[in-house]
Write a protein that binds this ligand. Structure first.
Ligand code: GLN
Length: 497
């Protein structure tokens, strides 16, 4: 039943109509048939997944009370630690590293009985929008294997679109959950910053990084969201407050009287025609469902991308200093004669890819004395202005919306030599990270000009994640009525099931 939703799988598991071992095996079989073409996975934990599944089945037979998603499989982005399982972050420098501990997310997944199939491909250290920066080769978009599945979490999104997994984990620093969701016709949610623990999430930019659910439906994302969210004393920025009731919100299917704000600056020029037209049609559906549309202006969003490319590299230059050849992963040139500094240099030269080096250099420069105030300091001020823009917009609307990305999936290789063109993919997703609020992308159809999926972004105020699920769930139901079948049923089939 690999084409079902996670919620449907959970229902069948609970009714005893399928076992978790059977369901897990079906997904492992699918992976072995199609992943040679998709390359969503960096590591498949066949034995571990089957033994987790068997343990859930045994508990169920024994009559234990289980969590809603118990026995459902999931694909884990390779930036989250899982004890004993290789974790590379898409980098050569961590090749062979097996973490000695579980991230809080993995602990929560395990205690919820969610079966971890393996680790998914990503841009190195989550820097990128296409997975082309992975040291292990790119993932391919199941809609068209010559195109990117987005990034950095392209492996997770591709695994969903190729029916290799019904659920996946992503992380989003500037758009790495939402942009891959948009270009693969799947759903991705960046929760409020602090809503999901960062303990065991290998840090890129600590003040922006946030893990979240990836799925094929809004309800599935909500179910996974509730399984992973909540306060964690091991993360100093974790929020100590109740998790918003996102599952109930995803089931409401009602937006009557809600105010939905279109962000003027995120929906004007520069968007592909088909992205724009599908966005406009989705807005009509929301109007038909009883929402009131208002236009809001966020003038400082213009500076978001520039500020992000100072803050994120600055934090990365500091966070990535820990990869020093001594503590984790590979060591190069240690001949017993060379000193530690020389070995460290040689290891970092070989171990880091081009984009990671570019960001470390940018960040080191931005933080250097004499420039710190002009670059990092100014970027932090822009961040405050963006947060104020959001606050003003949310005084006029319950949620804000925009297209998730300017275009549909581009070709592998098309932007890999042009970092600025690559960075522009995240023009509409980055403001959400800068302000620490919630953001979701869900599919709203195919662009007429290329037949590829278009993503619709919904943004909700901090700790009001339920609102984006309410609007997303309603829009998804309206579109399903209109189309008659889920968007992914239009994706070209990949091999045998
Ligand atoms: N594409 C953006 C970048 O390269 C965002 C990545 C992310 O969210 N991890 O930084």
């Amino acid at each position: 039943m690999i084409h079902s939703t996670a919620a449907e799988m959970a229902t069948k598991l609970a009714a005893g109509e399928i076992s978790s071992v059977e369901l897990t095996q079906q997904h492992l079989d699918r992976i072995s048939v199609v992943d040679g073409q998709v390359h969503a996975f960096l590591y498949v934990d066949t034995e571990g997944a089957l033994s987790q599944a068997a343990a859930v089945d045994a508990k169920r037979v024994a009559g234990e009370k289980l969590s809603p998603l118990a026995g459902v499989p999931l694909a884990l982005k390779d930036v989250l630690t899982q004890k004993g399982i290789p974790t590379t972050c898409g980098s050569k420098i961590l090749e062979g590293w097996r973490p000695p501990y579980d991230s809080t997310i993995v602990s929560k997944l395990k205690s919820a009985g969610i079966v971890i199939l393996g680790k998914t491909n990503m841009d190195e250290f989550a820097m990128g929008s296409s997975t082309e920066n992975s040291a292990y080769g790119p993932s391919h978009n199941p809609w068209d294997l010559t195109r990117i599945p987005g990034g950095s979490g392209g492996g997770s999104a591709a695994s969903l679109a190729a029916f290799e997994a019904p659920l996946a984990m992503g992380t989003d620093t500037g758009g790495s959950i939402r942009q891959p969701a948009a270009v693969t016709g799947t759903v991705g949610v960046k929760p409020t910053y602090g809503g999901v623990s960062r303990y065991g999430l290998v840090a890129f930019s600590s003040s922006l990084d946030q893990a979240g659910p990836c799925a094929r439906t809004v309800l599935d994302a909500a179910l996974l969201h509730e399984a992973i969210a909540g306060y964690d004393p091991r993360d100093s920025t974790s929020i100590n407050a109740p998790v918003p009731a996102v599952v109930a919100a995803a089931k409401k299917l009602d937006v009557k009287g809600m105010k939905i704000g279109i962000v003027k600056e995120l929906s004007g020029d520069g968007y592909q025609a088909g992205v724009r037209s599908r966005f406009d049609e989705a807005i009509e559906e929301l109007v038909n469902a009883g929402a009131e549309i208002v236009e809001v202006s966020c003038p400082n969003f213009e500076y978001a991308l520039a500020a992000y490319y100072l803050i994120a590299p600055s934090e990365a230059s500091s966070n990535l200093a820990r990869f020093d050849s001594m503590r984790y992963g590979i060591r190069v040139g240690d001949d017993g004669v060379r000193g530690a500094e020389e070995v460290m240099k040689m290891t970092r030269e070989v171990g880091f890819g081009k984009e990671v080096k570019r960001r470390i250099i940018l960040g080191t420069y931005a933080l250097s004395s004499g420039y710190y105030d002009a670059y990092y300091g100014s970027a932090q001020k822009v961040r405050t202005l963006i947060t104020q823009d959001f606050a003003a917009a949310f005084s006029k609307a319950d949620v804000l919306v925009s297209p998730t990305c300017p275009t549909t999936a581009f070709k592998i290789g098309e932007k890999s030599d042009d970092p600025l063109a690559m960075y522009l993919n995240d023009i509409a997703t980055i403001p959400v990270n800068m302000a620490g609020i919630g953001g979701m992308s869900l599919p709203v159809g195919l662009a007429p000009e290329d037949g590829l999926p278009v993503g619709f972004q919904i943004m909700s105020p901090a700790m009001k994640d339920d609102l984006m699920y309410q609007v997303g769930g309603t829009l998804e139901a309206a579109l399903l009525r209109k189309w008659g079948s889920p968007i992914l049923s239009n994706a070209p089939a990949l091999g045998a099931n």
